[in-house]
Design a protein around this ligand. Sequence first.
Ligand SMILES: Nc1ncnc2c1ncn2[C@@H]1O[C@H](COP(=O)(O)OP(=O)(O)OP(=O)(O)O)[C@@H](O)[C@H]1O
Length: 270
Amino acid sequence: MSPVLPDDADVVIRVRGLKTAFGEQVVHEALDLDVRRGEVLGVVGGSGTGKSVLMRAIIGLQTPVEGSVEVFGESMVGRDVTDALDIRKRWGILFQGGALFSTLTVAENIQVPLREYYPDIRPPLLDEIAAYKVVMAGLPADAGPKYPAELSGGMTKRAALARALALDPDLVFLDEPTAGLDPISAANFDTLTRELQQTMGLTVFLITHDLDTLYALCDRVAVLADRKVIAVGTIDELLALDHPWIQEYFNGPRGRTAMKSARPATTDRT
Ligand SMILES: Nc1ncnc2c1ncn2[C@@H]1O[C@H](COP(=O)(O)OP(=O)(O)OP(=O)(O)O)[C@@H](O)[C@H]1O
């Protein structure tokens, strides 16, 4: 039976036959992936399987050797940055590690995308929007004038999230948002992300190694291995597959602990 594919209108990101490479090193080959409107799609895979490079190919920072990438129905391949402005301003990105500008305050960091896409916005409005985003991301109101070096790890992630949400995007890319956070801060960040995703109707492309985050947030999970997406589905659908990496990942000791904590009533499957 062929899989039921979502309507075009329901697909925010469509990747077909993607090949990426750095010189002789092929990272992806014949990779297909759909991200549906309003879902949180988790992307998992071993270190170096190409999760971040996939994200970069989708947002137009990595030129594919072959294949197509569409976002909001528009091709991103070979697209000039200025040409794709209308698409770019519909997404926000939280890069691995936050990637805040160290010489700018939190408020100024949040204002960067606003200044870039709406150069005519007047400073008082910029300040107002930044202050609103600071609170929205769960930071104390006095975090705006602080510099990144003055923030804790959790605050840095929230500041980066505030910047990703600066333009009220439809789509958000989160690259390992909870990496380096203690379990309580990570769980708080997951809750915040879920609340914002639901209230803003966001589509989320989420790269993570964090099993608790997968259980807490993801509607579906795509597994990267062997240079492609080898499976995509709910965690239960993935658990039913026989692939050794998937079984080791979700059914290994950490996977079982995450499942028990997300679903206390679930019986141990081993
Ligand atoms: N700019 C680059 N130049 C050369 N090789 C690169 C570059 N960026 C990534 N790579 C290579 O591409 C492969 C995939 O890297 P990528 O960062 O996407 O992995 P990842 O799955 O996100 O890993 P991790 O989980 O460790 O963050 C790796 O082998 C990496 O060394």
